[in-house]
Design a protein around this ligand. Structure first.
Ligand code: PMP
Length: 290
């Protein structure tokens, strides 16, 4: 595997960062998880846009332009001769002193890894997932805004550990007011009476690119989509529930906190959206090989 680091393609064994990089020392940096299907990078522009928004929020100057970063991403996939892959694009604050002041970091680093990912076992997609609400709440906007896709994922990791300890794969994270925010690496949707609902960004959800795509697909199918605050009660009484993310794609949920959702099987609208999402990923996106 060839890994892009600051303009160079390094062999996997030599793809290393300094122990003085503030990305490692403090989680000071941002990232994107991007996917390519069938020789095309899906929603590349949207991912790079979000990366620049995260950068702006933490006053990090990305050393490449939007267009250069798109080119570097595609070139890294090409260097690895991949057509279907997962890309991790990382910008760290760069090398600095042991103090946390970002001013000591003179040059942010750009890292691009193109490889494979299987977030969840394949049979789970057919059966649907069992998830639980966990005690760790989503970060406050006023502390660390969940809209920033930062290298500091401990909030999510703590929730994931709690899900693991409960014997399930994913956690529903509530915000400090008790409203549903999202899962540890996925947005959450419910369907009730033929309408689609997902928590607003103000509840602590990431502005998910799969979330946006699914909302557009639903609207094209004449399904009303709204973003109200949701409580656990709304989840328990939903007809269908699913999670969305670049890595996970669309994962049906069949049980939450021991309550069976709908019929206890992936629902018809969920299945329709899954089929349409897969169809879309195969035909749209930035071509990798011209
Ligand atoms: N929420 C969180 C916390 C995430 O890390 C992610 C990305 N894995 C998502 C939601 C889904 O976002 P996207 O659809 O843009 O991948």
């Amino acid at each position: 595997m060839k890994v892009y680091i600051d303009g160079k393609y390094l062999d996997e064994r030599n793809a290393k960062v300094s122990v003085f990089d503030h990305g490692l020392l403090y989680g000071d940096g941002i990232f994107e998880g991007i996917r390519a299907y069938n020789g095309r990078v899906f929603k590349l522009k949207e991912h790079i846009d979000r990366l620049f928004s995260s950068a702006k929020a933490i006053l990090l100057e990305i050393p490449l332009s939007h267009a250069e970063l798109m080119k570097a991403t595609v070139a890294t996939i090409r260097a690895n001769k991949l057509r279907d892959c997962y890309v991790r694009l990382i910008i760290t604050r760069g090398i600095g002193t042991l103090g946390l002041n970002p001013r000591s970091c003179k040059k942010p680093s750009v890292i691009i890894i193109a490889g494979k990912i299987q977030v969840y076992p394949a049979e789970l997609y057919a059966r649907g997932m069992d998830i639980v609400t966990v005690p760790t709440t989503r970060n406050l906007h006023s502390a660390l805004n969940p809209a920033i896709k930062s290298l500091n994922y401990l909030n999510n990791i703590l929730a994931k550990i709690e899900a693991n300890n409960a014997g399930v794969e994913e956690a529903v994270m509530l915000n400090s007011e008790g409203f549903v925010a999202e899962c540890t690496a996925d947005n959450l949707f419910i369907i009730k009476d033929g309408k689609l609902f997902t928590p607003p960004l103000s509840a602590g959800a990431l502005y998910g690119i799969t979330r946006q795509t699914v909302m557009e697909l639903a609207e094209q199918n004449g399904v009303a989509v709204t973003e109200p605050n949701l409580t656990r009660y709304d989840l328990f009484n939903a007809d269908e529930c699913f999670l969305t993310g670049t890595g996970a794609e669309i994962m049906p949920v069949i049980k939450i906190d021991g309550r069976v959702i709908g019929t206890g099987k992936p629902g018809p609208l969920t299945q329709k959206l899954v089929a349409e999402y897969h169809a879309l990923t195969k035909v749209t996106g930035q071509p990798i090989y011209g």
